[in-house]
Design a protein around this ligand. Structure first.
Ligand code: 26W
Length: 809
């Protein structure tokens, strides 16, 4: 259709007129982006229809990935890539004097996620489509995505992310597919001789309207669906009957309270807060999603008994776990199926991934709040809990400790992770160490009772977005060397191993890296008005700001290096540019203080003539997917320095590796598997192991005070947090100091400081041996294929979902 440039050009010009009613010279970059997007969407729609028809005709098992977050980023570039249209599009636009990159930049990021969990969901969608797996996303169409971060005087300021303001060219509203979701009210039981019927009365009805976005597979004609639900009042116009009764305010209130459900993404990552609106969001999209699945299933199949054969529903962490009682409700109340059979169908259909073991992230809803909002769902969970505890009692009679530790309802709370394990056929962790910790500690008793349910699925990232799209020059170089096979079989990247010693390949790889660094440096110059040295080490830590991720450890290392440089201006070291990007949850005080600290330190160092250009510190504002695509290709060093045992997997580590950055990291999450792949000679590991950390938590014996007393370098850096060294109000950084010194450093920053600085010294030496560094870098790329989300998704499909790959003509 668009295979040649001329047809593409004509189609574009026509669309331009149709969409914007303007000719080319009047059009803004955004107009042109909308026209191009619209054109690509139209082009996709035929494939979309065909894919669905094919799934129907094959009666293929469908996977539904339920997630409160999908951190998609921009779609134009990745859609063009997956459709194989990038070259023809670029050429056609060139002819018209239009720069494709400029149009891509006009697209707002779809920032419907916080971090790792949301981005993983987006990578999974890309992989499912690209592998021809019938897999669809289900979530919420947030009116406002993850907040936009501004840095003002070194402090984080949050602005609303009005990503839909100018329209979203990719989505399709489907009002005919809307369903009703019910909140509040009461349940009346009607008993007859045959059975008891439960009637939900006096509820508040909310209309869930789906917006579908095509998920385009790479070069395979497959187009899956991401269905995001929007909350609307059941009567869209104001209820004038209540108006005339003087209930005008009530009508307005109802409308706003309903629309609030899909208004905002909660900006908390790894921190649970028992907010009713969040529970509403969870039930809202889960109920809508399950109703829509059952309705689709019904069209084709008679009995719901076959649901587990034809449908897999995956819940991304516990946030969508109400899928379990909601499916039970529909089977029992609406389909008239008995409890035992309903339970078999439900547990056979639903599977669950755990993404964190941080205690403060565990969702547990107060019983009363829950029962008030979702009375029928509460009853079902209550019944699940009764039966579950009875079953445990039969198997472990008298073992109260075990049973109470596993109960779904306990201490007046509903424990969502317990519900998830009890009501699903599979629970997986996201890296080997994480799954092991789940089995051995966090979910030990569940593992004893249901060993067969537990499995590991180490995370992955899509190499299409994170290498081919983000770093086209490197992708081209790889293909030149080993052919294009790696694109479909990323494991074939190991073919690069024989090039890591090849001087000419090394030189070319070095050239690519330098040009990518120049692009990032150009952005830094434009935005922050200072220059960074392209020959310096680009040392990058980009991720959510969190104490366990230990941005503070990085900061202490920089402060120490700064001190050493002042003591010895001739210090033999490679110049470094320390780059940070991180958003802090708006209510996370210490995380926000850490941002201020990084910015204050940056200001001091960047303006100190004594250190000259040897170190620079940059905090990149508003870290997000589109910015990440510029950062990873330019990075030399990947900072993955969480306290061992705390980072479930990490996926940034994989994106860095794929772009030839070398990891400095702890033995945590997927770092361990990266270490095993690349070998100790291609990574810098340091610090306490998860076991050692555990021992300290269990047996004590850790004293940050002792570490401070015994290390003069550490003393110097820590003291400067509170001794007036920084030009800020006296106690500005006191809470950071106190967490380390008064509260005995929960995350062992001081405990790992010496090992970290030693590893940094090794890294510095390695970097200065150019040939060696390039060899390491190429080896990292070569081993990155395992960490493609294609590998991960194939494992999910085979071990958990029982889903097959299907080709679409
Ligand atoms: C209820 C508050 C809340 C919000 C988000 C609790 C927990 C979360 C997420 C599960 C946190 C998260 O994103 N976890 C990250 O998941 C990634 C994908 O598996 C992992 O790579 C990260 O290590 C993990 O922190």
């Amino acid at each position: 259709m668009f295979r040649d440039k001329e047809t593409f050009k004509n189609a574009f010009l026509e669309k331009m007129q149709a969409v914007c009613g303007k000719c080319l010279d009047e059009a803004t970059a955004f107009d042109k982006y909308m026209a191009l997007g619209g054109m690509i969407r139209d082009y996709t729609s035929r494939k979309w229809v065909k894919t669905n028809a094919r799934y129907l005709e094959e009666d293929a098992k469908q996977v539904y990935y339920f997630s409160l977050e999908f951190l998609l980023g921009r779609l134009l570039g990745s859609n063009l890539l997956n459709l194989g249209l990038t070259p023809v599009c670029r050429e056609a636009l060139d002819d018209l004097g239009i720069d494709l990159n400029e149009l891509e930049d006009a697209e707002a990021d779809a920032g419907l996620g916080n971090g790792g969990l949301g981005r993983l969901a987006a990578c999974f969608l890309d992989s499912m489509a690209s592998l021809g797996i019938p897999g669809h996303g289900c979530g919420i169409r947030y009116r406002y995505g993850f907040f936009e971060q501004r840095i003002v005087d070194g402090y984080q300021v949050e602005l609303p992310d009005n990503w839909l303001r100018d329209g979203n060219v990719w989505e399709l509203r489907k009002p005919d597919k809307a369903v009703e979701v019910r909140f509040y009210g009461a349940v009346r039981e009607e008993s007859s001789s045959e059975r008891t019927v439960f009637v939900h009365e006096n509820y508040q009805a909310v209309l869930a309207v789906p917006y579908d976005t095509p998920v385009i597979g790479y070069g395979n004609n497959t187009v899956n669906t991401l269905r995001l639900w929007s909350a609307e009042a059941v009567q869209t116009d104001f209820d004038f009957s209540s108006f005339s009764h003087g209930d005008y305010l009530q009508a307005v209130e109802y409308k706003y309270s309903v629309e609030a459900i899909s208004q905002i993404l909660y900006p908390d990552d790894n921190h649970y807060k028992g907010r009713e609106l969040r529970l509403k969001q969870q039930y809202f999209f889960v109920s809508a999603g399950i109703q829509s699945i059952v309705r689709t299933f019904r069209k084709k199949n008679g009995s719901l008994k076959q649901l587990p054969e034809k449908v897999a529903i995956h819940v991304n962490d516990t946030h969508p776990v109400l899928a379990i009682p909601e499916l039970m409700r529909i089977l029992i109340d609406e389909e008239g199926i008995g409890w035992d059979e309903a339970w078999e169908i439900t547990t056979g259909t639903i599977s669950y991934t755990n993404h964190t073991i941080l205690a403060e992230a565990m969702e547990k809803w107060p019983k009363d709040l829950f029962r008030n909002l979702l009375p029928r769902i509460y009853m079902i969970i209550h019944e699940i809990n009764e039966r579950f505890c009875r079953e445990l009692w039969d198997r472990y009679p008298g073992d109260w400790d075990m049973i109470s530790s596993m109960a779904i309802i306990a201490d007046n709370h509903i424990k969502m992770a317990h519900l998830a394990v009890a009501g699903s056929c599979s629970i997986n962790g996201v890296a080997r160490i994480h799954t092991d910790i789940l089995k051995r500690q966090e979910m030990k008793n569940f593992y004893i009772v249901y060993p067969h349910k537990f499995n590991n699925k180490t995370n992955g990232v899509t190499h299409r977005r994170w290498l081919m799209k983000a770093n086209p020059e490197l992708a081209g170089l790889i293909t030149e060397a080993i052919g294009p096979g790696w694109i479909r079989e990323p494991a074939e990247l190991t073919g690069l191993l024989k090039y890591s010693a090849d001087p000419s390949f090394r030189e070319q790889a070095a050239g690519v890296k330098k040009r990518n660094k120049a692009v990032l440096a150009g952005m830094i110059r434009d935005k922050y008005s200072f220059d960074v040295d392209l020959d310096s080490i680009f040392d990058v830590q980009v991720k959510r700001l969190h104490a366990y991720k230990r941005q503070i450890l990085n900061v202490l290392h920089i402060m120490d290096l700064y001190n050493r440089l002042l003591e010895n201006p001739n210090l033999d070291m490679a110049p470094r540019t320390f780059i940070f990007g991180a958003k802090a949850a708006p209510s996370y005080y210490q995380a926000k203080t850490t941002i201020k600290l990084i910015n204050t330190l940056a200001h001091i160092i960047n303006n100190d003539r004594r250190v000259g250009d040897r170190i620079k510190v940059v905090f990149l504002e508003n870290y997000r997917v589109s910015l990440a695509e510029m950062i990873f290709p330019a990075a030399d060093v990947s900072e993955q320095i969480s306290t061992a045992g705390k980072e479930a997997s990490g996926t940034g580590n994989m994106k860095f590796m794929l772009n030839g950055a070398i990891t400095i990291g702890t033995m945590d999450g997927a770092n361990i598997e990266i270490y095993e792949k690349v070998g100790p000679e291609n990574i810098f590991t340091f610090g306490l192991t998860a076991e050692e950390v555990m021992d300290y938590y269990r047996s004590g014996g850790y004293s940050s005070r002792d570490l401070y007393e015994n290390d003069s370098r550490l003393r110097l850096t820590l003291d400067s947090l509170v001794n007036g060294f920084f030009p800020v109000p006296a106690d500005e950084f006191r809470n950071i100091y106190n967490s380390l010194m008064v509260h005995n450093d929960e995350f062992f920053v001081l405990g790992d400081f010496a090992a970290y600085t030693a590893a940094q010294l090794n890294l510095d030496r390695a970097f200065r041996d150019k040939a060696k560094w390039l060899e390491m870098s190429i080896n990292n790329i070569a081993y990155a294929g395992t960490f493609s989300s294609d590998r991960t998704i194939l494992e999910y499909a085979k071990d958990i979902w029982g889903a097959r790959q299907l080709s679409v003509e």
